[in-house]
Ligand binder design. Structure first.
Ligand code: IMP
Ligand code: MG
Length: 190
């Protein structure tokens, strides 16, 4: 049976190889910083599912893994500010060192909300790791402790990132054409 070809959208911005190299660099730093800590990586679904899987496998460290999912109302391209969990953390975080693993910090609204939630809980420390730190539209100050790539603009898909649920499976990161991103239906989850 003939399979339908996947035609990657837009321009390839970050290749599979660049992602692999950068994830290993981040993992080396995290391994050093958390050597004497009790690391719990909390991946933010769905966008960070591939990043979290690759990052945890590159660590030379024992760690626990959990996932959360939040709903942030907005459009396919931008979050709005009303945030709630659709899946909360399941592990006991008491005294643990939480590392939030997110795909993109854009306006910062989603990450600031998650950071404040975990900082007001029983975890000993809470830090942030984001594959992409997008500074152009930042509205709320968020300090990203481990940033994979800093980008100013553009809407990105692939390696877990979607536009209205499309393109998450692509192994590289692509920038989506403006007209294609605008034409897609609204998205309410990250
Ligand atoms: P923020 O609250 O504006 O920082 O929204 C961050 C969330 O918006 C991320 O977790 C992504 O799900 C989504 N997002 C922001 N920019 C992009 C992008 O370029 N591609 C895909 N998703 C994005
Ligand atoms: Mg998304």
């Amino acid at each position: 049976m003939r399979r339908k070809a996947v035609i990657p959208p837009g321009q390839e911005l970050i290749s599979r190889e660049q992602l692999r190299v950068r994830v290993e660099e981040l993992a080396r730093q995290i391994t050093l910083d958390y050597r004497d800590k009790r690391l719990v990586m909390i991946g933010v679904l769905k966008g960070a599912f591939i990043f979290t899987a690759d990052l945890c496998r590159a660590l030379d460290l024992e760690c626990e893994i959990d996932f959360i999912r939040v709903r942030s109302y907005g459009t396919a391209r931008q979050s709005a500010g009303t945030i709630q969990f659709t899946k909360g953390p399941e592990l006991d975080l008491n005294g643990k060192d939480v590392l939030l693993v997110e795909d993109i910090v854009d306006t910062g609204i989603t990450m600031a909300w998650m950071r404040d939630y975990f900082r007001s809980g029983p975890a000993a420390t809470v830090r942030i790791c984001a594959l992409i730190d997008k500074t152009e539209r930042r509205q709320v100050p968020v300090e990203v402790d481990y940033a994979g790539f800093q980008l100013d603009q553009g809407f990105l898909v692939g390696y877990g990132l979607d536009c209205a649920e499309r393109y998450r499976h692509l192994p590289a990161i692509h920038s989506l054409e403006e007209k294609e991103a605008e034409g897609l239906t609204p998205n309410s989850t990250t």
